[in-house]
Write a protein that binds this ligand. Structure first.
Ligand SMILES: Cc1cc2nc3c(=O)[nH]c(=O)nc-3n(C[C@H](O)[C@H](O)[C@H](O)COP(=O)(O)O)c2cc1C
Length: 340
């Protein structure tokens, strides 16, 4: 059997295959209230019908000013729970497990009147404003906002929570020397904010429910951190309660001399290094939508799970087509079996 289609389990989470739908902002909350609508329902349930093992719902923010734009999802009130629960229930009915990426955009919040960040350092680009530095008390309150969002995600029935610690958003801003110039404890220890968020979120999750953390393994801006720094941050996150590391890269600013790869599998070596250094399960992501490549990443033990983003926008039935291309009998919904 193709390794991509073997089941995977961690704690109480049992996945039917190794295929993860990577979180992808849809910028489609037309009511600007942070609540998923019919677009989100159709978008996520289509991928469940298509055979994805684990869907991760796009970046969902802990407060209105934590959104990249006003069209993003949020979990800042209990009123948000029912529309998420509807998506969760439908994805479960189609045989998928489903997680949610909880986040705050920090200095990358484009529509916030005054974005907040670890330090008042502006992100490069005309749509960005100079952020206000969070006070120490406000940082502690922010930890509680992540915990409250996690509590709501658990109520909505999600199987997994993923914290967005990548791509230059708030958790990443704290653990990066480029964006955290604080003089308090949250600046002396760059991992402290992420560690406290992980501990507070974990405290809201039932035992047996795994916590994923997405990180940028390297920064591409000049002076940005390297893989060794990311490994030390991930070590702290693992020790604080992160069960799976989802390995991406960049997003902190325009690339300098070091540039992101633009070729299949370019982030897989980072996933492998983090897995080997920390003995922690990892998800590899980034141009992995050729089925033979995705299969080799799992088969070689480079990563435990493979996340597909744009490939699943192009083809909601990517898992079915990948199975056929790897010589497997695809799991097709009974309604569609006459087509295969
Ligand atoms: C439309 C779009 C929206 C995205 N939104 C998010 C997001 O909400 N959170 C996140 O961590 N990454 C986001 N990403 C990055 C993807 O999760 C993924 O890491 C990236 O696209 C590389 O994977 P791919 O080559 O399979 O597309 C987004 C990517 C796309 C194309």
């Amino acid at each position: 059997m193709a390794h991509l289609f073997t089941p995977y389990s961690i704690w109480n989470l049992e996945l039917k295959n190794r295929i993860v739908m990577a979180p992808m902002c849809q910028y489609s909350v037309t009511a600007k209230d942070g609540k998923p609508n019919d677009w989100h329902f159709t978008h996520y349930t289509s991928r469940a019908v298509g055979g994805v093992g684990l869907i991760i719902v796009e970046m969902t923010d802990v407060e209105p000013d934590g959104r990249i734009t006003d069209y993003d999802l949020g979990l800042w009130s209990d009123d948000h729970i029912p529309p998420f629960q509807r998506i969760v229930d439908a994805c479960h009915a189609h045989g998928a497990k489903i997680g949610i990426q909880i986040a705050h955009a920090g200095r990358k919040a484009e529509d916030a009147p005054v974005p907040v960040a670890p330090s008042p350092i502006r992100f490069d680009g005309p749509q960005y404003k100079t952020p206000r530095e969070l006070s120490t008390d406000e940082v502690k309150q922010m930890v509680e906002k992540f915990a409250a969002a996690a509590r709501r995600a658990v109520k909505a029935g999600f199987d997994v929570i993923e914290l967005h610690g990548a791509h230059g958003y708030l958790i990443h801003q704290f653990h990066s020397p480029l964006t955290n110039r604080r003089k308090d404890a949250y600046g002396e220890d760059l991992a402290l904010f992420g560690v406290e968020v992980i501990q507070a979120v974990k405290a809201e999750m039932p035992s047996g429910m795994p916590l994923f953390v997405r990180v940028s393994a390297v920064e591409y801006a000049d002076g940005g951190y390297d893989l060794d720094h990311a490994i030390e941050i991930c070590r702290r996150y693992r020790d604080a309660g992160a069960d799976v590391i989802h390995v991406s890269s960049g997003g902190e600013g325009p690339p300098g001399a070091r540039r992101p790869g633009n070729f299949p599998g370019f982030q897989v070596p980072y996933a492998r290094r983090i897995k080997d250094a920390l003995q922690v399960p990892v998800i590899a992501v980034g141009m992995l939508d050729h089925p033979a490549l995705a299969e080799s990443v799992v088969a070689n033990g480079d990563a435990d799970l493979v996340a597909i983003a744009r490939g699943l926008l192009r083809d909601p039935y990517w898992p079915i087509h990948a199975a056929i291309s790897l010589g497997e009998k695809p799991q097709v919904p009974v309604q569609y079996q006459r087509a295969f």
